[in-house]
Each structure stands twice: as C-alpha cells, then as structure tokens.
Design a protein around this ligand. Structure first.
Ligand code: AMP
Ligand code: MG
Length: 393
C-alpha cells in the first residue's frame, strides 16, 4: 500500500500546469497569475504632492508670498517651479514640476488681508512623492504564481494590466455512485441516505481553482456507472472524481471501469486513515480519482490529493504542512496507518496550539463544519509534542 508521501510524489509528476488564459480583472479574483507583471513606466510616473498646501521654489524661505494660480490634481505639472516670492496652490495628488519644488502644508500658512500667504515655516521637499519612488519602469511588480487577491488586483489596475494571463480553471467532472443515495432535497425512503458528498465537493472545488463541468448521481449498477463514466469523460475533464465505489465490494466498479476506459491505475489504496480505498489513475491529460464514499474520508482525500493536484494544474504550489505544537493532554490513538486527524487551532495564553477534534469514524460528518486542519499522526508511533498540520480552508 502506497504511503501518502509517496503518492504525493507520483501525483506531482502527473500534474503539470494547464495553459493560461487572459481574464478581465472582474473575473480574475483568486486565480493564479501566469506571467510577470512589469511596471510599464515609473511609479508614480511624476512627482506628486502628498499634502494640501502650496508649491514654492526650493530657495523660498518662510515669510510672505504672492499666490499665483492652482494646480488641480489631474492637470499637467508646470514646466518649472514658481519664482521665489510666489506660491501656487496645490492639493493632494497635484503634479509637481520635476525640479526646484518645495511644499508647505496649508496648516503651516496663514492668509493675510492683502491676499498674500504668510509661510510660517520653511517649505521643504519632504511632502513630495517622488517619481519612481515605488518602482522604476521595467521593475517586476508581480511574479507568476501570485494569487490575485484584492491587493494584487488593485496593483494590476494601477498599471493598466486589465487582462492578465491567469490559470485556466481546471474542468472537473464528478460522478456520485450509490444506490442508497437520494438528492439532499428529496425525502429518503427506508434504508436510503441523502447525498452529502456532491455538496461537499462542489464547495471544495469553488475554493480550489476549479469548475464543475459535469455532475451525475448513479446507482450501483455496473452498466449505469459505465454509461455515466463515459458521459463524464465526453466532457473532456482535466479531473474526473468518482465518489464511492472505490473499494472491493460487489458495487465497487470504479477501478475496473477506469481500466476499461484505458486509464493507467497508479494506486487503489493509500496508507491513510481515514481514506484507505483511494484510486488514482490517469489517461492522456485526464487525472481520475476514486474517492471512498464516507464523508470524512472524502474530505481528507480531497485535501490530501485532489487539492494538491488542482494547485499544480493552476501553476501554484500546493498548500504546505504547518509545524505546530499539540495541545497538552490531547489524546491520539496510534494506528498502523498514518492518520489525518481533524483539528482546530486553540490559543493557550500567547501560544497557538493544535487541538484534535473528536470524530467517531469515517462517516462522521459532524466534525467537518469546525475542522480547520488535518493533523498528521505518524503511523504506529502516534503524535509527539511537535506535529504537522495540513490547513483546510
Ligand atoms: P462506498 O465508498 O461507496 O462503499 O461508501 C462508503 C459509505 O459512504 C457508505 O456508507 C455510503 O452510504 C456512504 N456514502 C457514499 N456516497 C455518499 C454520499 N455521496 N453522501 C453521503 N454518504 C455517502
Ligand atoms: Mg457505494
């Protein structure tokens, strides 16, 4: 049985970044930048005022000056600084002449009844926002791999990069197997349960640079599953997820059907608790995963493997494990398999610790709403004081 770490290595080799596409800023949020963004010109492109006040010549001392006009923000800078003895009204953002400028804040001046301005202090250059003080033309502002968060989007807007090259969202097809399942809005008959994995997967995909292009629930009949699998593959997904049916029972067809479709099966079990029956397969540009149907196993397998592959397809690094200290008195049963234990962060005084959450078994959905991470409990030995946590969003 392959270990989680070995399967990561294998999956990393199978998942290369999808080609990028240009997207307008409104739809680029949270996507991964795939090109460097260089400053097209100096930032800011001209000297600007950081204050409301007056522009004077750099040689102007404190004293009386005559007011000669205004530079409203948005109008071009004058070619030269005002002559000594005169001042020009400026506001925050006003463009300034490139040489011999000095500024004085409005609060450090007084208007006289003769219409002149009394400068109560010596003007200086300290309130000038200099051309190129943030970046020079050609400097790198953003690098490939950057997540386009609000700040990055604003930076793109400021330099007119309004259709950045970003990762294409991975196309994901999702097949949900199980004759016992009903839609969440249907009343289950005796022996049935509601399908929660479809909702889980759709929500996790929204956070993972992916879009659902196909979704279908099928019974456990092999023929029906084969038809649904063919229909899913006909949508040319980058990723095919099959929920349930990954094990060795009479109704577990995923492995055989993927093989029949020409997929290479890379593993059918992984040494992880929960999440042992787990199929990873590939064919041309498509990666297929058979996930165990139990909801907690689903959650763990998604975070361990599917989210990792989606990050690689998007051209970014997978979420890294965080080193952390276990809360004292936390009890973790050791197991022959490595365990990925739902946990939360807990503040103990000034120290941040990891607190394992109670969970009953791999069908236990009740723990998922509060889960903030998956705590890695090494096989056999159990956890020491120092642990690793895979953060979950
Ligand atoms: P399976 O992996 O198909 O053997 O399913 C394992 C367990 O997970 C069974 O008890 C299923 O009823 C349950 N299960 C399978 N699929 C779902 C689903 N979509 N939503 C909720 N539970 C499921
Ligand atoms: Mg099943």
């Amino acid at each position: 049985m392959i270990t989680v770490a070995d399967l990561w290595i294998r999956l990393d080799a199978l998942a290369s970044p999808l080609p990028g596409e240009r997207a307008p800023l409104v739809s680029a949020q949270d996507r991964i930048l795939r090109e460097p963004i260089l400053a097209p010109e100096d930032q800011p492109p001209f000297d600007r005022s950081a204050i409301d006040g007056y522009l004077v010549h750099a040689d102007q001392p404190a004293g009386l000056v005559t007011l000669e006009g205004t530079i409203p923000p948005g109008s071009p800078a004058p070619a030269a600084a005002p002559a000594p003895g005169t001042a020009v009204r400026i506001l925050t953002g006003s463009a300034l002449p490139p040489e011999n400028a000095a500024l004085i804040m409005q609060e450090d001046t007084k208007a006289t009844d003769t219409g002149r301005i009394h400068l109560l202090q010596s003007p200086s250059a300290k309130h000038i926002r200099r051309r190129a003080s943030q970046a020079r033309a050609g400097d790198t502002l953003l690098s490939p791999g950057q997540i386009l968060n609000a700040g990055a989007l604003a930076l793109l807007a400021s330099v007119g990069a309004t259709t950045p090259l970003v990762s294409r969202r991975a196309r994901v097809a999702h097949l949900v197997t199980g004759g016992e399942l009903t839609a969440p809005d249907a009343a289950p008959t005796a022996g049935q349960i509601r399908d929660s994995n479809s909702t889980l997967i759709a929500a996790l995909l929204r956070d993972s640079h992916a879009g659902l292009v196909f979704h279908q629930r099928v019974s456990d009949s092999r023929a029906a599953t084969a038809d649904a699998l063919a229909a899913a593959l006909a949508t040319s997904p980058d990723i095919l997820l099959v929920s349930g049916g990954a094990s060795v029972g009479d109704h577990d067809h995923t492995g055989a059907l993927l093989a029949a479709q020409g997929f290479t099966i890379h593993c059918d079990k992984v040494a992880s608790r929960p999440g042992k029956p787990f199929i990873a397969a590939s064919r041309d540009g498509c990666l297929a995963f058979g996930l165990p149907g139990n909801p907690l196993s689903h959650f763990v397998c998604f975070h361990l493997f599917v989210r990792r592959v989606l990050a690689r397809l998007a051209g970014t690094e997978p979420v890294a494990l965080i080193r952390a200290r276990l809360a004292p008195r936390a009890e973790l049963r050791p197991d022959p398999r490595e365990t990925w234990w739902p946990c939360i962060w807990a503040d103990e005084g000034a120290t941040r610790r990891v607190l394992p959450l109670p969970w009953r078994d791999s069908s236990d959905l009740t723990v998922l709403a509060t889960t903030e991470g998956l705590l890695r409990v090494p096989a056999t030995t159990g956890a020491g004081a120092e642990v690793e946590v895979l953060p979950c969003r």
